[in-house]
Design a protein around this ligand. Sequence first.
Ligand SMILES: [Zn+2]
Length: 233
Amino acid sequence: MNHIEKSIKLVKSKLKYKVKHNICDEPSFSWDFDQDHEIHIISTPTKSNSDESWDFSFLHELIHALHKEILPIKFSKNPTNVPLGTEREVVNYFNTVKDWFVLGNLLEYCPEETKFYIEKEVEEFSGKETTNVNVKNLLIVGMISAEAKLILKKDFFTDNGQDVLSVRNELLKIDPKLPSVDNLAALVNGLFNVFRSFKLSVSKNEQDDWEVNLNNELPQKESNIENLFKKFS
Ligand SMILES: [Zn+2]
């Protein structure tokens, strides 16, 4: 059994709730929690022998499930209390930061494999056009740049514009091995501040929900540019 398979077993053993594995036609991986039945739902494409990253992606989703169980409810909940029409945009920021904290666990469980997959990811993204892309894609490129800096100790995508650089620098402010509601809020706020059209702020209210306020003008509608990258699963 390799490191990743061992880590999958380990994380599963830490979970209190059952994991239901759904195989979908979609190529992406995702995690969700069924509150009514208290079951984690992990959706994945069919596992093929040629795709060696399948297990790594599955482990990533299991870590979202683990965070759901060991951290306050608020950490895994996406905000519902957001300005009208901004739900999708706001979720992109939260997903970026949550994936940053998944990275912390991946580094803890299988550092060598994590390094390997980040190198692959950098290689894959290096050939793509990353100028004139939407905020979601800028967040993704910025995160990969941050991962490369932290783990490979190398600068990638730092010439891809100030926004990418700023996203990277924001993420690097907090150790991904320290997931908490406060650190999540700090990073989401940092990323909100990067994009001028997204001047929002997160405040903590007493209920287990986030409150996202609009500071300035409404964010521009997410452009129709097709997403270049598959990430944030
Ligand atoms: Zn994820």
